[in-house]
Design a protein around this ligand. Structure first.
Ligand code: CTP
Ligand code: ZN
Length: 156
């Protein structure tokens, strides 16, 4: 197949002229990514697709945000729910930069503390953790100091 046809077949969501394409999001976490990046509040054009074939077994989602670029700190907030996400920075219809997400050193919100007695599970207090292990993930709560391990992690 020609390169052009392969590209067309892959292009399930229209190309954008300028902005950010967030690719390889697990489909089930698409709306969490939208919420964490506050895309539900952006005035910029957003297009997205879910349950797209990703080549691998799982289905992926993709989000395209026109005229918007993200700080690394913001983008790294999706690392826990979209660890394999790839960002493509688009200028003048061309991909000018590719970025991957990295697990940050602190996680604010997003995850619940594993300790049922923790204040964050009993009062309207936003969770905050220090990342003390990345693979597998281990998060130390700022409030109760208990550690939430990857297999215990519940997304808020
Ligand atoms: N893209 C877009 N608008 C453009 C250029 C690219 O929406 N003007 C999207 C493509 O559809 C693709 C992503 O940005 O989802 C990355 O583009 P490209 O690097 O050309 O695709 P691939 O080579 O398939 O990249 P990868 O293998 O990293 O997914
Ligand atoms: Zn706690």
């Amino acid at each position: 197949m020609s390169d052009k046809i392969t590209k067309k077949l892959k292009l399930k969501v229209s190309a954008i002229s300028e902005g950010t394409v967030i690719d390889h999001i697990p489909s089930e976490n698409l709306f969490k990514v939208i919420s964490i990046l506050e895309l539900d509040k952006t005035p910029n054009m957003i297009t997205f697709g879910a349950n797209l074939d990703s080549g691998k077994l799982d289905k992926k989602a993709i989000i395209k945000v026109s005229h918007q670029f993200f700080a690394d700190d913001d983008i790294n907030r999706i690392a826990l729910i979209a660890p394999n996400a790839k960002l493509n920075i688009i200028k003048d219809y061309e991909v000018v930069e590719k970025k991957i997400v990295e697990v940050p050193d602190r996680v604010v919100g997003i995850v619940k503390c594993f300790n049922p007695k923790c204040i964050t599970n009993n009062e309207p207090v936003t969770t905050s953790f220090k990342v003390i292990g990345k693979e597998p993930l281990a998060l130390k709560c700022k409030y109760c100091e208990k550690i939430t391990h990857e297999h215990q992690m519940v997304i808020k």
